[in-house]
Write a protein that binds this ligand. Structure first.
Ligand code: ATP
Length: 527
């Protein structure tokens, strides 16, 4: 798609409203900032994005299981995870216009203003981007939504709407291990609503207060366990083949890069070409204290390059925190590891412990803890480490909409300028896969064939029926919805059973039989 024909967010949001992709939540009451609803086409797009992720991440693999946990969980989970103490943004308020904003977003808000305010106090470089007024000292503002569980409104009954789906996966880790036949390495995936009381929700659905996430926690052995099992640990320097099957001797670094590659494959598969996003590897001073690496996949939204999703190597931080706070062991028993450790003699064990201690001390950790950890490994026990690919459903939908949107300048039959608005969705995520039209609705044979075909196709995927207006107008309606194929039943259909299939992107028409169309569509839709 030509860069210059990509339109602004305003044009896209107008189309999304007009065609029923996205509405303001509670619009008849004036809406609520940071809350959005998906209309008839948007809800189909959302279902498709989520199904694609589930198929790619869970059903399409043998080493990942799903979870569907509650939104409100025990408040101690958020204490253990650190959210209660540190999940906060710096908030400031304008002393003049009383607007609240995130102190770290003032530059962006200022850049967005059509009329740039000047500071009211001379020489001030920290002023309100709306009116130029003086700002208060930034204070941390916790983003979790509070609620009360049960009829008594008392601090002891306070609970939180989850700000991420990931913590439920850690909290249910021991249950999944004991009720499934998985052994490390394996993953647990969850999709669902998350809530963050964002100080300044902005950029359409990009930063919402209620949104959905698709998260995977992929549990791996600590590198030290891999070392005992294989006598070596594969690192990125070994140039492992990340396209082939996963390997038992991979270290965390390789697993992390493997998941970055998997996520890129997924984004390609749903219609974001590789050249449209970038990998941003966080610098050591940007990483959370427990993280060993974190990659943000960033997309060029119309409002700038922004994070679409992240892939973090989080060590054993989360499970260890829950072990500490709940008192329930989060260790797994790894029999192959125990068997491999049995083959080490005293001297080999001693040398191993010393090596691990030196490594831990070099990373600022404790030598006594390192020895305890090694003794656990010799028994086949450890707290697994984790790689976390974490994506937002709504952010991906917004990226897919931006990517798909095009206004084409065409000439109509009479040579007059014409604009065709089209959403070039990949067929896998397109809300409507095909539309069926009888060319002449009053022609009984055409109508009957078309209706029969429509009934047959709708058993397999989402299909629309349209008999109103000229055929050109019907095509344009589907172009705006992003429907990849328009089927027109005409006179010839009633003679030989073939119909025209018009391709949304090339606008070419081909005659096909029902079987040919189904084979073509199913191949395009397969994951
Ligand atoms: P940001 O820096 O943009 O606030 P984050 O780094 O805090 O995001 P994570 O906590 O890593 O985000 O969440 C994982 C993913 O969840 C993000 O990459 C994004 O796709 C999605 N996400 C997070 N916050 C929001 C939000 N307020 N609205 C929509 N999606 C969100």
């Amino acid at each position: 798609m030509a860069e210059e024909s990509k339109s602004s967010l305003d044009a896209l949001s107008a189309l999304c409203k007009r065609r029923g992709f996205i509405y303001h939540s509670s619009e008849i009451y004036g809406g609520m900032p940071g809350f959005w609803d998906y209309g008839p086409l948007g809800s189909e797009l959302k279902q498709n994005v989520k199904q694609a992720w589930w198929q790619f991440t869970v059903r399409g693999r043998e080493d990942v299981a799903g979870l569907d946990a509650t939104i409100i969980m025990h408040p101690k989970i958020w204490k253990a995870s650190g959210h209660l103490d540190t999940f906060a943004d710096p908030m400031t308020m304008c002393k003049d216009c009383k607007k609240l904003m995130r102190a770290d977003q003032i530059g962006d808000i200022y850049a967005d203003q059509k009329k740039k305010p000047q500071p009211k106090a001379a020489g001030s470089d920290f002023f309100c981007p709306y009116c130029g007024g003086e700002l208060t000292e930034p204070k941390p503002f916790n983003l979790m939504f509070k609620t009360v569980v049960g009829p008594i409104d008392d601090p002891s009954n306070v609970a939180y709407l989850r700000p991420e789906t990931a913590q439920a996966i850690f909290a249910q880790f021991t249950n999944v291990v004991s009720t499934s036949r998985f052994a490390v390495p394996f993953g647990i995936a969850q999709m669902g609503k998350s809530f963050r009381n964002e100080v300044t929700p902005r950029n359409y659905t990009f930063r919402s207060r209620e949104f959905e996430q698709m998260e995977l926690e992929f549990f791996i052995r600590p590198d030290e366990a891999v070392e005992i099992l294989h006598g070596h640990v594969v690192t990125l320097a070994d140039r492992p083949n990340l396209d082939g099957p996963v390997q038992d001797d991979w270290g965390w670094e390789v697993w992390h890069k493997y998941w970055v590659e998997q996520r890129k494959k997924f984004l390609n598969a749903v219609g974001l070409p590789t050249e449209r996003f970038v990998e941003y590897w966080q610098k050591p001073d940007e990483l959370a204290h427990y993280a060993r690496a974190c990659v943000d996949i960033e997309y060029d939204f119309p409002f700038g390059r922004q994070e679409l999703e992240g892939i973090a190597a989080r060590g054993d931080f989360d499970l260890t925190q829950h072990q500490k706070h709940s008192g329930v062991s989060q260790m797994v028993f790894d029999d192959p590891l125990k068997q491999a450790a049995k083959k080490m003699d005293e001297a080999a064990r001693k040398a191993f412990v010393e090596k691990v201690q030196a490594d831990w001390v070099a990373r600022g950790r404790d030598a006594v803890a390192a020895e305890k950890f090694c003794l656990g490994l010799f028994e086949g026990k450890y707290v697994p480490h984790v790689i976390e690919p974490s994506a937002g459903v709504d952010r991906l939908m917004l990226a897919l909409l931006c990517e798909a949107y095009e206004e084409q300048q065409l000439k109509d039959d009479k040579g007059k300028d014409d604009v065709r608005t089209v959403l070039h969705f990949h067929p896998k995520v397109a809300p409507v896969k095909a539309a069926v039209f009888p060319l002449i609705k009053k022609d009984e044979a055409q109508y009957r064939f078309a209706r029969g075909l429509f009934e047959k196709l709708r058993k397999r995927f989402n299909v629309q029926w349209d008999v109103s207006g000229a055929i050109g107008r019907r095509y344009r309606r589907q172009d705006e919805a992003g429907t990849p194929w328009c089927i027109t039943v005409d006179e010839q259909t009633t003679k030989d059973g073939t119909f025209t299939v018009r391709d949304r992107d090339s606008m070419e028409q081909k005659r096909m039989t029902t079987a040919e169309f189904l084979a073509m569509a199913e191949e395009a839709l397969e994951f």
